[in-house]
Each structure stands twice: as structure tokens, then as C-alpha cells.
Design a protein around this ligand. Structure first.
Ligand SMILES: NC(=O)c1ccc[n+]([C@@H]2O[C@H](COP(=O)([O-])OP(=O)(O)OC[C@H]3O[C@@H](n4cnc5c(N)ncnc54)[C@H](O)[C@@H]3O)[C@@H](O)[C@H]2O)c1
Length: 497
């Protein structure tokens, strides 16, 4: 149960969840809290501390001091701590999943999957870190013109310092550990600012790291209003790297942040291009899974279908038939479609639907909404003048644009300000490769819906979809910098055969 057993110490007598600093669970001196509304009941579910700027300053000081010691901790020991945290996280999957159900209306089974996947990610990161951080490079000088072999350059990867991690609401545990684990294995300290919806799940996850025995101050978690501590955190001089996942907020953060490495995973408008020769059943099942899983609240959800006119009717019919099987209701009942995260999100989605209605889109189902619960909707005959053709609904609404040539599909995809992922369905691998190369997105999936995982694959967005590349290996590398030492010999030395 959330807030009980090993989690009792993370909540105070007034049922306000504490923040985590200097190895302890604390109440904020602000005396204020932030309320978390359950998307299903639309009633307050949890409360977290509204941390002050002074508390952020203290966390940064502790993080800086703890990092110096952590960087001297042997790599195998850092890995051991992470393996321990992963095991504790998995052991407590039910309590953490319960929070995900209540805070972000994640279907019960998916909530458990998120926690288990997170534990696996932490373990894999520990193993990968041991491998890649244990290796460096030796360069010799005589490969560059004008040099003899008198300089040996040894380069290795060293930590950056304090990493600030800001994950979004939709995967508050998984997208937090995908930043925490690489930061720690690489010898950094970590300050987490969880999303408001999802903060309590994140605090439970942090308690698992606490129980794994990491040194004091190495990991902290501050909660509070983005408007009060958001800019203060991202512009803090103590921060040496920001890893952020979310929407347009990330664009503003990247403009304000100082001269530090940034990892930005932002929004997407992932296109699904369907050619005439595609396996239509495979396409339909992928469109439904890709478009409507977790009610479309995934960065890699299929967000626009670009289908060749000749197979459009068949695809729309098959998608409709598959959609009819989706269950709609509460996350506790493990329904496929659950309430979206907030009323403002539901209103935004409705705005896109009404715009499409006014401009003449074909509704494949009746539009239906109760509170934050929106029934899955497919909009056919969407045209480029409709907002839904370009904007990310982050809800269970998917537009279909009929195209008369592949070029038209690629043009629509590339005209987007986003460039996260995309997919193409065809039996012709040569065409698939040409289309993949032409699509301006970080990844293209051939014959499958976009997806972030497996978590060790590279994951990146072009244009407004992000900066840098992630995936376990890339994140570890991104959270280090190269340090080199050059040995200067008095005379050239050549190795003999
Ligand atoms: N590319 C990816 O990997 C990926 C993955 C998941 C979600 N997303 C995107 O995330 C968005 C949905 O998530 P969201 O609604 O939580 O995004 P969001 O941008 O509203 O919030 C993301 C995080 O930023 C914090 N935040 C808000 N204002 C801040 C400020 N001024 N300073 C610092 N932090 C601040 C929030 O509290 C939250 O933790 C969608 O656009 C989705 O596509 C992207």
C-alpha cells in the first residue's frame, strides 16, 4: 500500500508527502503543499511539499559535496548500489503502481509494467556503465602530420557534477530512472524535480533508492510548483547538466539554461505512413495499439495516419473494428482507455476535436466525454487546415489524412515542427528504406508503431522534439565528459612487430 510499510516515513502526520534531501525525508519550511488531483475521481488524492528556493539551494550544496565523494567510489560499487535499488523497486512494484493508478490514471497492469521495466532499466544501466566507463582510449601522435610518436594521449570519461532530472507526468517513474541511473553510474549526483501528477509515485521510487543505501545528499527530490521553483532549479548555478522530458516547456528551459549539457526529449507528432502493399491487418492493429495505448498520452503515440487513398477505406474500417474492442473506464479496472491526466488536458483535446468538426472532418465514432474520460475517436478525411493535423492532442483522438502519393506523406511529416519518430508500413523493404531516409525524425520504425523501447536503443528527436540522444548507453555518455592526459616522451618511441 502507498505510504505504508517501508514508505511510512515518506509521509507526515497530515498525509502530506515529504521531500527528500541530505538522505532524509523532510517537511518544507514553507508550510505549504501542492495538491494532486485524481484524474478519475477529479478529487484531491495526495499532497506534496511546496519546497522553497532556500531548500533548493541546500539540496544543491549537498549534491555538490556528495558528488565529490561518489566520483571516488569504485565503479563496481556504484553498480552494486544500483542493482540493489532495482531489486527494491521491483519488490515494491504494487505500492508504486497504486500511485500511478491514482495520480495519472494509468491502467493497473501498465502501472506495474512501468515499475518492473524501470527496475530492469536500472540494472541494465549498472551493467552497461561497468562496461563502457571502464574503457578509455589511447591515441598516439604520429597519425597527425608533422608529429613523431612522442605523445600518448589517454582519454577517459569523467562525471559532469550535479545532474538535474525533470521527467513528465506520463512515465514519472520510468522517465525518472532513465535519468537517475545513468547519472549515478557515471559518478554524478542527482536532483529530481518530479511532475506534480506522478510526484507521489516518484517519491516512493526515491525511497527505494534510499533503502539501497546511497550516500547522503547524492540523490534528492524536491517537489513544488513549477512557477516557484522551476526556473530557479533550471537556472541554478549549481546544476551541471539538465535532462528534461516533457512538452514545449523544454524549449523555454533550453533557452534559459546556462552553458551546460542538455538532454531534451520533447513532444512529437509521430506519423504512420501506409502504402498500398502494406499488410492491412498489421497496420490496423499497430494504429490502434500505437494511437490509443494509455489513451494516447505517449510521446511516441501514433499521432497522424497518412494513408494512400486506394487502401484508406479498408484501413479505416479495420481500425474502427479493432477500436470497438477497446474497453473504456477506470484505471483500477485496467481499462484500455482511462481518463486523461487533467481537466485542462481534456478541454484542450476537445478543442482540437471541435475545430476538426467545424472544418468538416468525418467522425468515425460519436464524440463522447464524461469528466476527464474521452472515448477513443478516429477522425477521417482530416485536412492540413485542421489543428489536429499538426498539434499533439495527448489524448485518444487520432486523425487520418488520405494521401495520393508517398511524397505527399513525407512532405506532411517533414512540414511538422516535431521530429520524434515515425513509421512506415509496406512489404517493399527498398521503398521502406527510401522513406525512412527521407523522414526528418529521430527514428523510423518499419512495419511497427513508434516506440521508445527497448530502453537501450538510441532515442532522439529532431527539430522541436529534442536535443541529444538517449537510450541507456547514450545517456551514460551524455552525462560524462572526456578528460585526457597526455604523456610527452623525450624522444619518439615506436612499437616493433
Ligand atoms: N520525447 C520524449 O521522450 C517524451 C516522453 C514523454 C513525454 N513527452 C512529452 O511530454 C509532454 C507531456 O508531459 P507533461 O505534460 O508532463 O509536460 P510538461 O512540459 O508540462 O512538464 C514536464 C515537466 O516539466 C516540469 N515543469 C513545468 N514548468 C517548469 C519550469 N518552468 N521549469 C522546470 N520544470 C518545469 C513539470 O512539472 C514536469 O515535471 C508531451 O508533449 C509529450 O510528448 C516526451
Amino acid at each position: 500500500m502507498a505510504g505504508t510499510g517501508v514508505f511510512t516515513e515518506i509521509v507526515d502526520g497530515d498525509q502530506v508527502y515529504k521531500y527528500y534531501a541530505d538522505g532524509e525525508w523532510k517537511k518544507s519550511a514553507s508550510g505549504k503543499s501542492v495538491s494532486i488531483v485524481n484524474p478519475t475521481t477529479r478529487k484531491p488524492q495526495y499532497k506534496v511539499q511546496a519546497c522553497t528556493q532556500e531548500e533548493v539551494n541546500k539540496v544543491m550544496e549537498a549534491a555538490k559535496a556528495a558528488q565529490k565523494l561518489w566520483a571516488r567510489t569504485p565503479l563496481w560499487k556504484r553498480a552494486e548500489h544500483l542493482h540493489k535499488a532495482a531489486a527494491i523497486l521491483k519488490e515494491h512494484k504494487a505500492s508504486i503502481a497504486e500511485c500511478l493508478v491514482k495520480e495519472i490514471a494509468k491502467p493497473a497492469k501498465d502501472a506495474v509494467t512501468e515499475v518492473v521495466r524501470s527496475g530492469d532499466l536500472v540494472s541494465y544501466t549498472a551493467e552497461e556503465g561497468v562496461r563502457i566507463l571502464g574503457e578509455g582510449k589511447l591515441l598516439v601522435s604520429d597519425s597527425f602530420p608533422g608529429n613523431e610518436r612522442s605523445k600518448y594521449c589517454l582519454s577517459s570519461k569523467v562525471p559532469l557534477g550535479v545532474v538535474l532530472a525533470i521527467p513528465p507526468f506520463n512515465y514519472p517513474v520510468n522517465l525518472a530512472v532513465s535519468k537517475i541511473a545513468p547519472a549515478l553510474i557515471a559518478g554524478n549526483s542527482l536532483v529530481l524535480k518530479p511532475p506534480t501528477q506522478g510526484a507521489v509515485a516518484a517519491l516512493h521510487m526515491i525511497q527505494c533508492f534510499h533503502l539501497a543505501g546511497f550516500p547522503k545528499g547524492l540523490i534528492s527530490c524536491v517537489t513544488g510548483k513549477g512557477s516557484e521553483i522551476g526556473d530557479f532549479l533550471t537556472m541554478h548555478p549549481g546544476v551541471n547538466c539538465i535532462s528534461f522530458t516533457g512538452g514545449d516547456t523544454g524549449i523555454a528551459i533550453s533557452k534559459k539554461a546556462g552553458m551546460i549539457p542538455l538532454q531534451m526529449e520533447l513532444g512529437g507528432k509521430d506519423a504512420c505512413i501506409v502504402l498500398e502493399d502494406a499488410d492491412l491487418d498489421l497496420v490496423a492493429s499497430n494504429i490502434v495499439k500505437g494511437g490509443y495505448s494509455y489513451s494516447g498520452q505517449r510521446c511516441t503515440a501514433v499521432k497522424v495516419v497518412l494513408v494512400m487513398e486506394s487502401v484508406a477505406d479498408a484501413i479505416v474500417e479495420k481500425v474502427k473494428a479493432t477500436m470497438a474492442k477497446l474497453s473504456v473506464g477506470s484505471p483500477e479496472d485496467d481499462c484500455d482507455i482511462t481518463p486523461v491526466v487533467s481537466e485542462s488536458s481534456a478541454n484542450f483535446i476537445e478543442g482540437l476535436v471541435m475545430d476538426a468538426k467545424e472544418k468538416g472532418a468525418t467522425f468515425c465514432q460519436e464524440y463522447r466525454r464524461e469528466g476527464n474520460l474521452i472515448w477513443p475517436l478516429l477522425l477521417d478525411h482530416v485536412r492540413p487546415d485542421m489543428r489536429i493535423a499538426w498539434e499533439e492532442p495527448f489524448g485518444p483522438v487520432l486523425p487520418v489524412i488520405r494521401i495520393s502519393s508517398v511524397e505527399e506523406g513525407i512532405h506532411h511529416c517533414n512540414a511538422s515542427n516535431f521530429g520524434l519518430q515515425g513509421c512506415v508500413f509496406t512489404r517493399d523493404i527498398n521503398k521502406a528504406i527510401l522513406i525512412s531516409d527521407a523522414m526528418e525524425t529521430g527514428t523510423v520504425q518499419i512495419n511497427s508503431a513508434p516506440a521508445r523501447g527497448p530502453d537501450h536503443f538510441p532515442f532522439q528527436g529532431l527539430k522541436d522534439s529534442g536535443i541529444g540522444s538517449q537510450g541507456i548507453t547514450n545517456s551514460i555518455n551524455m552525462m560524462t565528459k572526456i578528460k585526457s592526459t597526455v604523456i610527452n616522451l623525450p624522444s619518439p618511441s615506436y612499437t616493433m612487430g
